[in-house]
Design a protein around this ligand. Structure first.
Ligand code: ADP
Ligand code: GN1
Ligand code: MG
Length: 359
């Protein structure tokens, strides 16, 4: 490291001690121990190849949201992220070739959850993610950089898994043969969303693309969904990415890396709660094909995340942060168990969509 953290912080005209913070898999997140508090993040530039473009997107989206929130009578300081600029007016500071930092105001009196404690909380998260997408519905999508190419292109994710199996750089494929077989048996579902986007039945929208539960902050007192965070992947995409990925995370009765797979089940009450909240914000704009694929999107996004974890395990854990040996394999097994349980509950999911959306 060719720089001192305190010098980085000074470039934002601040001074504080830091402690590691949060449960994100991608960036290095620290809280500034001061009053008011701040979040300092080192952007993962192995994942995000062009941090200045990521920050251009985030700055534009935050400015846009601030105006929308104010116009709706909300509080922009709590309902969207506030970037602190550097002493030369930038949204980030580059400390060395591979070290890019940013600072946000810490959103106080808020909660981040890894698993919802009850359907009401998850309904509140759905309203927040739905509202986020609604507020960005007239954002000029062409102004956004694609921060990770083909991020939710499931067929390409499948091909990346096949490539990792073929290379098998760590000789781990034999150990994961059951998971590889599980993935290959589901190759057919990969193209459902991208096909709909190509034929126009699924519109391109500005989407968040990483709607896991701990990417929304709740108001600590009311538990209302307060602020959608982790804006690195805001890009043009499908509404089904955000819907499906949220169910992948909040619909799981266990943590994403739980190794006792008997505890991993898909919770239909959570599915109903999320469909209701997301629908209240966005149903007016749902297309027929989007509605039809809501249940399937939960399966596709869970499957996609599972194959990403598996490919990362086979490639030597170069993408997701891991905290123990075989962590990515455990995560993949967990996601595949959830896929299997979702598959057995398709009829119930379809009935819930009909009931909740009246369609
Ligand atoms: P990653 O991309 O690694 O997931 P996130 O941007 O999601 O990083 O941040 C990690 C965690 O830090 C979040 O889940 C949340 O708990 C916390 N966090 C991030 N930004 C803020 C903020 N402005 N105020 C309060 N907590 C935050
Ligand atoms: C990562 O950044 P974080 O931890 O909120 C990942 C998501 C995965 C998720 C799985 C940029 O999300 O795509 O679904 O882990 N983010 C990126 O937990 O790859
Ligand atoms: Mg996150």
């Amino acid at each position: 490291m060719t720089y001192q953290i305190k010098d980085v912080i000074r470039r934002f005209r601040l001074e504080f001690e830091t402690s590691p913070y949060g449960n994100g898999h991608i960036n290095d997140t620290y809280v500034g121990n001061c009053n008011p508090r701040y979040i300092l993040q080192r952007i993962n530039n192995n994942v995000f190849k062009n941090p200045p473009e990521v920050m251009e997107n985030i700055a534009k989206v935050c400015d846009y949201l601030r105006e929308k929130i104010a116009a709706e009578g909300g509080n922009p300081d709590r309902e969207t992220l506030s970037l602190i600029r550097t002493d030369d007016g930038k949204a980030y500071y580059q400390a060395s070739e591979n070290d890019y930092f940013r600072v946000y105001k810490f959103i106080e009196d808020s909660l981040a959850l890894d698993i919802p404690e009850n359907p009401t909380q998850f309904y509140n998260a759905a309203c927040a993610f739905g509202r986020f997408q609604r507020r960005l519905s007239d954002f000029p999508a062409s102004e956004l950089h694609e921060t990770i190419k083909d991020f939710h292109n499931t067929p390409k994710r499948f091909q990346a898994l096949e490539d990792a199996i073929a290379k098998d750089v760590c000789s781990r494929a034999a150990e994961a043969s059951a998971e590889i077989e599980f993935a290959r048996a589901r190759h057919g579902i990969c193209s459902l969303i991208v096909d709909g986007m190509s034929d126009g039945s699924i519109p391109l929208r500005v989407t968040h693309n990483d709607t896991k539960l701990n990417n929304v902050l709740f108001d600590a007192k009311t538990e209302a969904g307060l602020c959608v965070i982790d804006l690195d992947t805001v890009m043009p995409g499908s509404l089904l990415y955000d819907f499906g990925d949220a169910l992948r995370s909040g619909g799981n009765t266990a943590a994403e890396d739980e190794t006792n797979l008997d505890l991993v089940k898909f919770d239909l009450d959570m599915f109903e709660a999320f469909t209701k909240g997301f629908g209240e914000e966005l149903a007016d704009s749902f297309t027929e094909r989007e509605i039809e694929l809501l249940p399937m999107s939960a399966i596709i996004m869970t499957f996609e995340c599972g194959i990403r974890f598996l490919a990362d395990y086979l490639s030597g854990d170069t993408y997701f942060k891991i905290h123990r040996e075989k962590h990515n394999l455990d995560r993949a097994r967990n996601q595949f168990k959830l896929v299997a349980d979702m598959e057995s509950k398709m009829d119930e999911m379809n009935a819930i969509v009909k009931k909740v959306l009246n369609k």
